[in-house]
Design a protein around this ligand. Structure first.
Ligand code: 8YV
Length: 303
C-alpha cells in the first residue's frame, strides 16, 4: 500500500473535517517533509516556510477566502498550488457585517457594556438613541461575493446600495472618493493587496461625512488604523464596527477606549456550517492535488 501523503495543519479543525483529513492523509506534527500544508490566514506562508516544508510540498490549502498571508510568487516559483475557501463563508460573513453594523448604530454593544459595568440607567425618551438603517446609503468597497451578499441583506433593511470596484460597472458604481462622500455606511469587502493596503487612509477619511460609520470585515490593513483612530477621536467619523485589525491578535489600546466602536475578534466566517464547509474545501483541494493529480477549481495560483 502506498503511504498516505503527509499534511501539516497549523490550527485546530472542526471534528468532521479532521476525520475526513485523516481518511486520506497522515498528519505531520511539523511543517517538514510534507506534501500538503493547511494553514489559516493567521500564518504567514512565505518562501522560508515553503522551503522548510521540503521540496515535496505541492499544495497549500489556505483555510480562508483571503490569501494575503501567502506569498503567491514564492509558491508559483516552486510549482506549489495555492487554494482558498470561497462561497461557503459568503453568507456567514455578510450576516456578520450587518450584525456588527446594527450593534454599532443601535448601540447594542454599548448598552451591553453599560449593564455589565452596573451603570445607572432608566428608560427615558432621549436615552441611548441610535440610527435606523432604513433609507440610508451603504457603500461597499469591493463588490465580490461577500460585498454583494452584504448589499442584498442591507437592501432588505431598506438601504440604498453603492459600490466601488477596480473596474467600473453596474448600477450604483462610484469611484471610491464619490462613494465615501455619498455613503452613510462604508463597508469594506475587498481583498488585502498591494493596491488596497491603507486604501482607507487619512485622505479617504476626510471625504466621509461626520455621521458616516465604517464597517470592516475584510482585512485590518485595508484601513490605516492610526488615521482611523484620529478620525474617530476627532468626530470626523461617527463610529466603526471592526472585526479585523492591523496587527491581529493585538487590538490598538486607543480603539478599546473608544465608545463609538464595536470590536469583535475576527468572527466573520465563524458559524459551524461555514467553518466546516471551509475545512471540507481544504480537504478536497488537498485530495485533488495530492491524490487525483488535478488542480481544483478553488486554486488561486498554480493553474
Ligand atoms: C477566517 C477570513 O475565519 O476567510 C477569510 O479570509 O478572514 C475568515 O473567514 C480567518 O481567516 C481564519 O481562518
Amino acid at each position: 500500500m502506498t503511504p498516505k501523503p503527509r499534511v501539516h495543519v497549523t490550527s485546530s479543525l472542526p471534528a468532521p473535517v479532521l476525520a475526513e483529513l485523516r481518511r486520506s492523509f497522515e498528519l505531520a506534527p511539523e511543517p517538514r517533509e510534507i506534501q500538503g500544508l493547511l494553514p489559516t490566514p493567521a500564518l504567514r506562508v512565505d518562501a522560508a516556510l515553503l522551503d522548510e516544508s521540503g521540496s515535496d510540498l505541492r499544495v497549500v490549502a489556505n483555510y480562508g477566502v483571503g490569501y494575503d498571508n501567502v506569498d503567491l510568487a514564492a509558491a508559483r516559483e516552486r510549482g506549489i498550488v495555492v487554494t482558498n475557501t470561497p462561497d461557503v463563508l459568503t453568507r456567514a460573513t455578510a450576516e456578520f457585517a450587518i450584525a456588527i453594523l446594527l450593534a454599532l448604530v443601535r448601540r447594542v454593544a454599548q448598552g451591553d457594556r453599560l449593564l455589565r459595568a452596573r451603570g445607572e440607567w432608566g428608560w427615558d425618551p432621549t436615552f441611548m438613541l441610535g440610527e435606523s438603517l432604513d433609507g440610508k446609503t451603504l457603500g461597499c468597497v469591493g463588490f465580490g461575493r461577500i460585498g454583494k451578499e452584504t448589499a442584498k441583506l442591507a437592501a432588505g433593511l431598506g438601504m440604498r446600495i453603492l459600490h466601488t470596484t477596480r473596474t467600473p460597472g453596474g448600477a450604483g458604481w462610484r469611484p471610491l472618493a464619490e462613494l465615501l462622500r455619498e455613503s452613510d455606511v462604508v463597508s469594506l469587502h475587498c481583498p488585502l493587496t498591494v493596491e488596497t493596503r491603507h486604501l482607507i487612509d487619512e485622505r479617504a477619511l476626510e471625504l466621509v461625512r461626520p455621521a458616516t460609520v465604517l464597517v470592516n470585515t475584510a482585512r485590518g490593513a485595508v484601513v490605516d488604523e492610526r488615521a482611523l483612530i484620529s478620525a474617530l477621536r476627532g468626530s470626523r467619523l461617527a463610529g466603526a464596527a471592526l472585526d479585523v485589525f492591523e496587527r491581529e491578535p493585538d487590538v490598538a489600546e486607543e480603539l478599546l477606549e473608544l465608545d463609538n466602536v464595536v470590536l469583535t475578534p475576527h468572527l466573520g466566517s465563524a458559524t459551524h456550517a461555514a467553518r466546516e464547509g471551509m475545512g471540507m474545501l481544504c480537504v478536497s483541494a488537498l485530495r485533488a492535488v495530492l491524490l487525483e493529480g488535478r488542480i481544483p477549481p478553488n486554486a488561486v495560483s498554480g493553474r
